[in-house]
Ligand binder design. Sequence first.
Ligand code: PLP
Ligand code: SF4
Length: 355
Amino acid sequence: MADSEWSDILKKSWRRLSDLKGFTLTEEEKAFFSHQGKEDNLQFLVNPYYASLAEDVPDDPIRRQFLPLLSEYTILERELTDPLGEKSYSPVPRLIHRYRDRVLLLVTDSCAMYCRHCFRRSFAGHEGRIVSSGEMERIAAYLADHREVNEILLSGGDPLTCTDGRLESILKAIREVRPDMAIRLATRIPVVLPQRITPELVDILRRNGPLWVVTQFNHSREITAQSERAAARLVDGGIPVLNQSVLLRGVNDSVSALEDLFQSLVRLRIKPYYLFQGDLAAGTSHLRVPLKRGRELMKELRTRISGLALPVYAVDMPGGGGKIPLTEDYSVGEDEENYYFRNIEGQEYAYPREN
Ligand SMILES: *Cc1c(COP(=O)(O)O)cnc(C)c1O
Ligand code: SF4
């Protein structure tokens, strides 16, 4: 079976403290596991491939993404279990219709590892259930009725934890009613389990196109021979690949880490699309970077890397406000004749109001 390598790796996933024998754990890390189960059960799972990218030091950028700390049980007053208010935008189960022309489908709640910063952490890893065929029928009916929707995001959880067969039946159910629609597959698999990107999978994605893959590299150390090969298979197979990073404290909150990440992605033919400010997900404050710092980082990056390498820094507003781009404002004023702007070297230029 061609897909056995990735499913074997997944089967060997670590779920318990005793699986972490290769790591010298800090008190904060150990304390998470003694607390787990006493309160709301926070998920811990990492597959051995992703764990193998980490070095055994507490501030390692890979380790911080998969190894939980006791402080995840500290919930700040402004943090929320549904930080984007997605529940109020769900017309049928598993579907979120927040923006007029695009919908998001929660394909599964399973992932190949649970990210400590996940904003859907109260959903991811809780049920272990893929969208059912009955639910897909209602979703297909909704898509057939709502012609203003011309793009569907397949999200979760991680849709690529599904087998080829399950995935193909979901894609086919969409294609039956809307052959025209763009599909955007949001997945961390190229980063956390790149062995899943098999030639057979790429074939299925291509046959059910137009389809874009959006992945989530957060650090250049996640780029390995395996993830490079996964990216090459997708792009060579005619699938455009974009990346959404999350700005994370102790992982990528420096100019050099972000510069290195974004330039490496361009070399892999992956376009950095968004850099997200951390959402106010319950128990993630230790990973959030102040918004002001994010803006400073972006301002500096703008002077260093190409437009192709630079993503849009954005924040998803708590309570369902949606995505707001935090683009830097270059305008410095206007008069009857001109608009005035400051360029990246700090010099002022004028552009006429009327052409
Ligand atoms: C982010 C998001 C989208 C896509 O937004 P883009 O700006 O097009 O990337 C669509 N639906 C939901 C619910 C989202 O959170
Ligand atoms: S892969 Fe995505 S959905 Fe799954 S835990 Fe990570 S961020 Fe959350």
